[in-house]
Design a protein around this ligand. Structure first.
Ligand code: LLP
Length: 410
């Protein structure tokens, strides 16, 4: 988003015009930004065979998935519905990694029938898988590397108390099951968490994976998960992807030499690819001063962007209706019947009723984590590509609130 001709614009289109045309609240995605991020990641790992598996859960609109597919990525799906969505938009089964957690064997069987790569994250499931499929269906195994990393406790998933993955301390048990059933393990996977800054964490994960990998003879790829940190706050440092690329690629090449075969390196970024592309445009309904603060109440809330409430996440907010004039400190809150503070104590250009505020970094885990809480409607989504805005999801209507409810005539 840039200020041009005294207006905030994406690819030349004023955000205030988008709000006027499509209404608010509105999710807006900058397609060019997404494509730039894909290119940057490809550049960072250009000396190895990289496969990007976009973390579908971050942003699953079919048009975004198609855009990513066109740019050459695959997809990581965490539910059978995401697998179906990815197939629906044209990803080939072999381009899809299915990384479920705590799902039934029946769901795994459905995914096998759809032909996607299965990432198994617990021993009972590996056992059931082996008993049913033997060595017929290749699998990936998700290891828990026991690395404490990630932006906050809720998104730190590679530590010893995490529900995800099979502990590296249980490698022996894995081998027992693999040998008993002749399971064909073609990939190993780790994902330590989200918002990971340092190359060191990825290297630590890599070392653990390399060590474990030496005892699996049929490997074709190693998957390092996602988790690259993006900048949310002004002054935040993001993962230096070129640095991570250089260091991890060098270590990976050394490993491949030791292993005696060229493997593919897989990553499953969500935030890195789409977070910065997205804006949630909201309208100021009320500017309300109390003895303690000045609140800006907007036509959105935790039902549309839950990250501030769920993770204490920081999202920058800009009053895109004003490019000049005085600034004041405001607390931006939602219209939900909860204390849904979106952003506390922020300096914004003077806000008047009707002004449009843009909440930044709303591309990842924004719309996909939205709900109908308070029986509110979910926003529309717009994608800007080639300098043109396209509506990619209609705003919900009141009928959507009633849909699927059954009036039993009480
Ligand atoms: N791979 C696996 C196995 C994952 O569990 C995740 C995220 C990713 C890849 C993608 O991580 P990313 O590159 O987006 O950091 N809703 C939270 C983030 C939860 C992430 C869950 N797993 C948030 O809004 O911060």
């Amino acid at each position: 988003m840039e200020i041009q001709h005294e207006q905030y614009r994406i690819q030349g289109i004023a955000l205030t015009d988008l709000a006027a045309t499509y209404g608010t609240p509105l999710y807006v995605y900058d397609g060019e930004k997404i494509l730039q991020k894909v290119s940057l990641l490809q550049k960072a790992f250009s000396t190895v065979t990289l496969r990007i598996k976009f973390a579908t859960k971050a942003l699953s609109n079919i048009n975004i998935l198609k855009l990513l597919k066109k740019a050459g990525t695959g997809a990581d799906a965490v539910s059978i519905e995401e697998v179906k969505l990815c197939l629906h938009v044209g990803f080939q089964p072999h381009e899809i990694m299915y990384t479920p957690n705590m799902v039934s064997f029946a769901e795994i069987q459905q995914a096998v029938d759809l032909g996607v790569m299965i990432n198994i994250d617990n021993i009972p499931m590996l056992e059931q898988f082996g008993a049913y499929y033997g060595g017929q269906v290749p699998v990936c195994i998700r290891l828990n590397p026991h690395i404490l990393a990630g932006g906050n406790a809720k998104i730190s998933v590679g530590h010893i108390d995490s529900k995800f993955g099979i502990s590296i301390l249980q490698l022996k048990n894995i081998h027992k099951v693999v040998e008993a059933y002749g399971i064909q393990v073609t990939g190993l996977h780790v994902h330590t968490g989200s918002d990971i800054l340092d190359a060191e964490v990825f290297l630590k994960g890599a070392e653990i994976l390399f060590e474990a990998a030496m005892d699996f003879k049929d490997l074709k790829f190693l998957d390092f998960g996602g988790g690259f940190k993006v900048a949310y706050k002004p002054g935040d440092i993001a993962t230096d992807i070129l640095d991570v690329g250089e260091k991890v690629s060098a270590a990976f090449k050394d490993f491949c030499q030791q292993y005696g075969r060229e493997l593919e390196i897989w990553f499953e970024p969500g935030k890195f690819l789409v977070s910065e592309s997205g804006y949630l445009l909201v309208r100021a309904n009320v500017v309300k001063s109390t003895p303690a603060s000045t609140f800006v109440g907007v036509d959105s809330g935790l039902n549309h962007l839950i990250r501030p409430m769920m993770y204490d996440a920081y999202h920058s907010v800009v009053n895109v209706s004003k490019t000049e004039g005085p600034e004041h400190v405001y607390t931006i809150v939602g219209y939900i019947c909860e204390t849904d503070t979106i952003a506390a104590d922020r300096r914004l250009k003077e806000v008047e009723e009707g002004d449009i505020l843009a909440i930044k970094n709303a591309g990842a885990y924004g719309f996909t984590m939205s709900s109908n809480y308070n029986s509110r409607l979910r926003p529309a989504e717009v994608l800007i590509l080639d300098g043109k805005a396209r509506l990619i999801r209609e705003r919900e209507t009141f009928d959507d609130i009633l849909r699927h409810q059954i009036d039993v005539g009480i």
